[in-house]
Design a binder for this molecule. Structure first.
Ligand code: GP9
Ligand code: MN
Length: 664
């Protein structure tokens, strides 16, 4: 009896059971998997089993006592994989994918965030590995040095495969096409588990790389037909009104629409932004039904969407994985057609989100990254430069640009985990007890004050009146993980329907010489910003492959796809396949038209993916004047002290891009 209990096979089964239980425990406590029925509940419990048998089973082929070592190594690797996902999920509400892993630079800069996401109780997630090490040391003296008979590991594999097939079969029955549609990683984890998801993700990535190789010029026709059919002609009253005017586009980090006119402790959180929206004299048009449409790429997705009118990818960030694609971006188009100089301003180092590479493909002339700013200790917090010194120091750079310019200015302080010093906090935190939610209002206030100062500076510099000024929130700041606290903030329970409604981000725009239209309730997404701007400066969007439509057009399309396949229209919302009436928030039975709309949304997202994955714009010529952007013409970073405007050949020297300029 003792022999059986202390045998290698028993050790293996102990490892399997511990890993199985741990995985299940993590699923239920750490991930929000939205379990809807008995099958799903069963599969959630069942799915770690086959992975444990199949992966740990590999160790059984090892010789002699090494079996134990291999079991521990594989177990530790799998434990690391699931724990890394736990930490990642706490922040991103999502699972790690290969493209996000290749963004190591980003993980580095996330340092501060990561520390706040690890909890001491997490030690328990490593306990099983320690138990195995203990058992191994204890029992290995009794183990034989010969190999386990082959039939045992083979039997383990057969059982593992049967378990997996059963798992997959039940999953496909409950959710057909599970593996075909890649919109929602949550489903795959829920049905097949985190380990199988990692395998699935690896296969997907090999597939994507081959997609570019396999794509040819015929593929663009399908995309072109779709976008040209969706195209909305310009509003004749506004077409070209901003021709030759500077454009200042301000990216409001993590800024959600619910902040506008929100009062905390009886006080407005963002009085300045509120004044732009509420005071007709300010001549802003405020769109209050715009949704962000971003995914894992977060800020980078918002940039991609607003400057290209294409969706981000379902996994990872296209900025990174599609960083060498051909693009026909807003900055390049307005440069070629109307001589605009384009510049991006951001108080972070240029390689973050691979910006220094992809901006070249977008044809962005200048990139004022952290190396242009005074990044001394007092000026930085969280991810980088604080918004107040950012705007202040940006002024001379902005004024140095040739006009007309397109300036894209990206704020940063209002970013998870919303850190602010006591002296700089001018509003008391909320009192939900959830730290990120509570301080979210304080950094929002700080951003609001920074903007007010910036607007004053713009007026003083004589730039305000003559520029188009567009502000947009880039993505949510409070994720689903904070539903309890958010429920307290808005005074109602955050259901899946309500959560979708919270994905609104503000878009406000002022056009010189044009009266503001007040608050406009049209539905739209960040995807619509590029065609809107093109039409304002008098360039017809029709020539280009754009998935959005002009927000000012009478024919603007009011369905808003989310990146995960959910979507919203003025009448109803579709969340995880369920249709809801917008007015009542109640579930409704979809009509034929609604189902058709759903198909169209999925098709639109698929075509957008096809465009990026196949790098299809390399096959597309918008019009006779168009010259493809030559990335070798651009270089960014102020490390050498050279201002690298679209650089002249002779000053193109190699520079060390890793050594940022830091004021001592
Ligand atoms: C990083 C900053 C934040 O430079 O733009 O990016 P996010 O975490 O929001 O994607
Ligand atoms: Mn962001």
């Amino acid at each position: 009896m003792k022999k059986i209990l202390t045998s290698k096979m028993s050790f293996f089964f102990v490892a399997v059971i511990l890993l199985w239980l741990k995985s299940y425990l993590i699923y239920v406590t750490e991930f929000n998997l939205d379990i809807k029925n008995g099958t799903q509940e069963f599969l959630l419990f069942f799915n770690p089993l086959s992975s444990a048998l199949l992966f740990l089973g590999i160790a059984l082929f090892a010789k002699g006592k090494r079996v134990g070592l291999w079991i521990i190594i594989i177990d530790a690797l799998m434990s690391f994989l699931i724990y890394a996902n736990v930490v990642f999920y706490r922040f991103n509400n999502d699972y790690i994918t290969l493209p996000t892993l290749s963004q190591t630079d980003n993980f580095g800069s996330l340092g501060g965030s990561i520390a706040s996401l690890v909890q001491w109780t997490d030690i328990f997630y490593g306990l099983d590995v320690l138990i195995l090490i203990g058992l191994f040391i204890w029992f290995k003296k009794d183990w034989s040095t010969t190999r386990i008979q082959r039939r045992k590991p083979i039997l383990v594999f057969i059982v593992g495969l049967i378990a997996f097939s059963l798992n997959l079969g039940l999953a496909e029955a409950d959710r057909p096409d599970l593996l075909k549609r890649t919109f929602d990683r949550n489903y795959i984890v829920k049905y097949l588990g985190i380990y199988n998801f990692a395998v699935y993700d690896a296969i997907q990535n090999v597939k994507t790389s081959s997609q570019r190789v396999l794509a040819d010029s015929d593929d663009i026709t399908e995309v072109e037909n779709y976008t040209k059919n969706k195209y909305a002609e310009p509003n004749p009253e506004l077409f070209g009104v901003a021709e030759g005017k500077n454009i200042i586009k301000i990216h409001l980090e993590s800024f959600q629409t619910f902040l506008i006119n929100y009062e905390l402790h009886g006080e407005e959180v963002t009085p300045f932004l509120n004044s732009l929206v509420n005071d007709p004299e300010q001549d802003f048009t405020y769109f209050d039904n715009i949704f962000h449409q971003t995914e894992q790429g977060k800020t980078a997705d918002a940039e991609l969407i607003t400057d290209n009118s294409v969706y981000g990818l379902p996994q990872g960030s296209a900025f990174v994985t599609r960083g060498t694609n051909t693009y026909q971006s807003l900055p390049a188009i307005i440069n070629q057609q109307q001589g605009y100089t384009s510049a991006n301003f951001h108080g972070d180092y240029k390689s973050f989100w691979n910006r220094d590479e992809i901006y070249k493909q977008f044809g962005i002339d200048v990139y004022f990254d952290a190396s242009y700013y005074d990044m001394s200790e007092d000026n930085i917090i969280n991810y980088g430069l604080k918004d107040k010194p950012f705007f202040e120091q940006s002024m001379p750079m902005l004024e140095s640009l040739d006009e007309p310019f397109y300036a894209h200015m990206m704020t940063l302080t209002h970013h998870h985990p919303y850190i602010i010093s006591e002296e700089e906090a001018t509003i008391a935190p909320a009192e939900t007890g959830d730290k990120s939610v509570d301080t979210y209002f304080q950094t929002a206030r700080y951003l609001d004050e920074a903007l007010e100062q910036f607007f004053t500076d713009l007026k003083e510099a004589g730039l305000y009146d003559d520029s188009v000024i567009l502000l947009y929130g880039d993505h949510y700041g409070i994720s689903k993980n904070h539903n309890r606290a958010m429920g307290e903030i808005i005074g109602e329970e955050i259901t899946p329907f309500k959560n979708a409604q919270l994905q609104r981000v503000p878009v406000m725009v002022k056009v010189p010489g044009v009266d503001g239209k007040g608050t406009v309730h049209k539905y739209g997404g960040l995807i619509d910003i590029m065609p809107t701007l093109l039409h304002l400066v008098g360039i017809d969007a029709q020539d280009y492959i754009l998935f959005g439509t002009d927000l000012f057009s009478d024919n603007h399309k009011e369905f808003v796809p989310f990146r995960n396949g959910d979507f919203i229209t003025p009448e109803y919302s579709v969340v995880s396949g369920t249709f809801y009436d917008n007015e009542t928030g109640e579930e409704i039975k979809p009509t034929e038209d609604m189902l058709k709309m759903k198909e169209e949304v999925l098709r639109e997202l698929e075509l957008s993916d096809k465009l990026l994955n196949g790098d299809l714009l390399r096959f597309y010529t918008p019009n006779e004047e168009w010259t493809p952007v030559d990335p070798s013409q651009y270089r960014y970073g102020n490390e050498t002290g050279i201002v690298p405007f679209k650089v002249e050949e002779e000053i193109l020297k190699p520079i060390d891009i890793r050594e940022p300029f830091i004021e001592k």
